[in-house]
Design a protein around this ligand. Structure first.
Ligand SMILES: NC(=O)c1ccc[n+]([C@@H]2O[C@H](COP(=O)([O-])OP(=O)(O)OC[C@H]3O[C@@H](n4cnc5c(N)ncnc54)[C@H](O)[C@@H]3O)[C@@H](O)[C@H]2O)c1
Ligand SMILES: [Zn+2]
Ligand SMILES: [Zn+2]
Length: 409
């Protein structure tokens, strides 16, 4: 089969990709063109690929799970170039978004709507085992090269890629790869009663989108909490009651005041393990970064080095009998939890990686010209792939008003 708009198959060309080389060290690298390896693979030429808060965990603290030169990125879309013999639903030339989970669509877990636990791609060669393989997440998640690259090999392409129509710009659909289904799942799993209240911790792309989806699906009170001025501003602009962590020392009282004295029915933690506000955790994480790789990995897996500031705040915020959803990623194995408070408050806790394909059919009809979720103006930066390393540094420092960056290979 001939490559769509490119040279013949087998003609080895060099492609550019963003690769990991150490803590805070991302580079633009030339790599061999990816090729079909299994009959369920496709090759996609990437037209847009976003940087995610999860990439910052890899950039900053998850180094122990990455090999030098690993290709990052899990939020890509583009044009199908080639398909393996078992990929019947796609053709060269199709415009597709690639979900960050790699799932088969036919195993027991996929049948339950638990695509991020897919039994075909689960990672069993690590101790402990992990859920479904993910693009661009290192050894923990299958070591599958990621999508911040000119070309991407997509495993399980008979199920994963989402075909989208020609016409609207890439940004209309790109966030189906992660932000939209992740925020959608957060809201679903937060189980907000009709007209009820939700507090969203962290107004990065995930938290911001969760506030929009909660509003769209009928929450009565939507509170957004962060400490970065432009992120608070952006949420305020679409009707969220924002709380600036730097301007209050009693965020729990403020949230109670906004919710009839009880606290919100639901809390979504869209921060994760790098919460600001817990200096001891920061020291422990930096310490992990100074140890030899094998020790770092053990420390991350077995010691409580995470910064749990946001999680503890979520537990304090939620009303008695309410639901917390952890969508922000946590990575430690022995972190202290306030079990007495959680038990006494009768907290319900939901969490996990988004099951992307479970939600995309519900979301796709909202990506029309009316744009109710505001995806068209969602990205703050569009940059060439070659500027990726600088974009990682700026995003990590929350500089230049950067909230969401889309790279164009
Ligand atoms: N579960 C999933 O499938 C999934 C998918 C995508 C992203 N994520 C995770 O979601 C989280 C958010 O992703 P993002 O892209 O929006 O990242 P981000 O880093 O842009 O956003 C995090 C936000 O949290 C704020 N913050 C930090 N400490 C806080 C605190 N103590 N209280 C309130 N806010 C605080 C930061 O200022 C920032 O605005 C990350 O942990 C990411 O790994 C999970
Ligand atoms: Zn992501
Ligand atoms: Zn599966």
């Amino acid at each position: 089969m001939t490559r769509f708009g490119a040279g013949a198959v087998g003609q080895r060309v060099v492609v550019k990709a963003l690769t990991w080389h150490g803590t805070r060290d991302v580079r633009v690298t030339d790599l061999p063109d990816p090729a079909i390896e299994a009959p369920t693979d496709a090759i996609v030429q990437i037209t847009s690929t976003a940087i995610c808060g999860s990439d910052l965990h890899l950039y900053e603290v998850m180094g122990p799970f990455l090999d030098e030169g690993f290709v990052l990125g899990h939020e890509p879309m583009g044009i199908v170039q080639e398909v393996g013999s078992e990929v019947t639903g796609l053709q060269p030339g199709d415009r597709v978004v690639v979900p960050f989970n790699i799932s088969c669509g036919s195993c027991w877990m996929c049948g339950q709507g638990l695509q991020s636990q897919c039994e075909t791609t689960q990672v069993r060669d690590q101790d402990p085992g992990y859920g479904a393989s993910l693009f661009g997440f290192g050894r923990q998640y299958g070591n599958v090269p990621g999508g911040q690259a000119e070309y991407l090999r997509v495993p399980q392409a008979q199920y994963g890629p989402i075909k989208v129509p020609e016409g609207p710009p890439d940004d209309r659909f790109l966030f189906l790869s992660d932000v939209l289904p992740t925020a959608w799942q957060a809201v679903q799993y937060a189980d907000i009663p009709p007209g009820g209240s939700v507090a969203v911790l962290g107004l990065g792309p995930i938290g911001d989108m969760a506030t929009r989806i909660a509003q769209h699906l009928g929450a009565g009170t939507v509170i957004g909490i962060d400490l970065v001025p432009e992120r608070l501003e952006r949420a305020r602009d679409h009707g969220v009651d924002v709380i600036d962590l730097t301007r209050t020392d009693d965020v729990v009282a403020m949230a109670q005041e906004a919710t009839g004295g009880r606290g919100p029915d639901a809390v979504i933690d869209a921060v994760g393990m790098e919460a600001h506000g817990s200096p001891s955790g920061k020291v422990a994480q930096k310490l992990a970064g100074l140890l030899p790789d094998a020790l770092q990995e053990k420390l991350m897996e077995h010691a409580g080095v995470d910064r749990l500031g946001a999680l503890h705040l979520a537990i304090d915020l939620v009303r008695r009998g309410g639901t917390i959803n952890l969508t922000g990623v946590y990575g430690g194995m022995a972190d202290p939890m306030p079990m007495m408070t959680m038990f006494d408050k009768q907290v319900r806790l939901t969490m996990g990686q988004a099951n992307v394909r479970r939600w995309t059919d519900d979301i796709l009809p909202l990506l029309d010209d009316a744009d109710p979720l505001g995806v068209d103006g969602f990205a703050t930066h569009h940059l060439p792939l070659a500027e990726g390393p600088d974009a990682y540094a700026t995003f990590q420092d929350k500089g230049d008003g950067m909230i969401k960056t889309v790279l164009r290979p």
